[in-house]
Unconditional design. Structure first.
Length: 251
């Protein structure tokens, strides 16, 4: 290949291309992600230092849209790809347990890139749907069963400790007997393989002068922490009683 052809490749013209194909598009927090990276050589040989995968979430904060890399994975050592050569590199990695669940306007995606020195790095982006951990699903079911309706999942920044700059709050409207005493219930989850920790936030309704003053000063929210194991989640009625008692203790 001529020097001119190599120069064009350095600007991305006739350079190698990358395409990532995932085994599926929907995963639960903590599940194994499998797929293959297809690399198609361009018009000249190119030295690829590494292939990397970035797990990225896009979110809105303070009126702007930002991107945040949740995790990154290096999947191969350096190699050379010749003109029009095709390479297929399989990969797998565990989706972190604290990967945010996908919500409207806040997508999660996998970005694949080839690191090529002195050239424009080719990349590919693949959106995925992230569902809650099975234990979170169980807690959500229990909370709805005792009289609440999930209406929103949103990001909260700089409020609770996390390795990320945000946590996700699951917000519930009170129904039934809780409707007259609570404005809102919030849950924040920290799942692991077979257990999770959770923060429960109870936003009390203003019913008298004191509670009205607390609401005006933003002091009407009470917090409790609790733990759920996989074994405990198997007994829905016991878990419901535990959470219900936690809520009542904050009212």
């Amino acid at each position: 290949m001529s020097v001119f052809g190599k120069a064009l490749a350095s600007f991305g013209v006739g350079a190698a291309k990358v395409d990532t194909r995932l085994e599926k598009a929907t995963y639960r927090q903590g599940e194994t992600v499998r797929g293959e990276v297809f690399i198609q050589g361009g018009q000249t040989e190119q030295w690829i230092d590494e292939i990397y995968l970035f797990l990225v979430v896009a979110y809105h904060h303070e009126g702007t849209q930002d991107e945040y890399v949740i995790s990154e994975f290096r999947i191969t050592d350096a190699f050379e790809i010749t003109p029009r050569e095709t390479k297929v590199i399989p990969f797998e990695f565990q989706l972190p347990y604290d990967t945010p669940v996908t919500t409207a306007g806040c997508p999660v995606y996998l970005k694949t890139g080839l690191d090529i020195k002195m050239a424009v790095d080719p990349s590919d982006t693949d959106g995925i749907e992230v569902l809650p951990h099975p234990l979170i699903d169980e807690v959500l079911h229990v909370v709805e069963k005792i009289g609440f309706q999930l209406y929103r999942v949103e990001y909260e920044f700089d409020k609770f400790y996390s390795r990320h700059p945000f946590v996700q709050e699951y917000k519930f409207r009170p129904m039934g007997r809780f409707e007259g005493v609570l404005d809102e219930l919030k849950l924040i989850f920290f799942p692991q393989a077979r257990e999770l920790d959770a923060i429960l936030l109870v936003d009390r309704k203003a019913v008298d002068l004191m509670s009205s003053m607390e609401e005006a000063l933003d002091l009407d929210e009470r917090m409790a922490r609790f733990h759920v194991s996989a074994k405990e989640a198997e007994h829905g009625s016991q878990l419901a009683k535990k959470i219900e008692q936690l809520i009542e203790a904050q009212i």
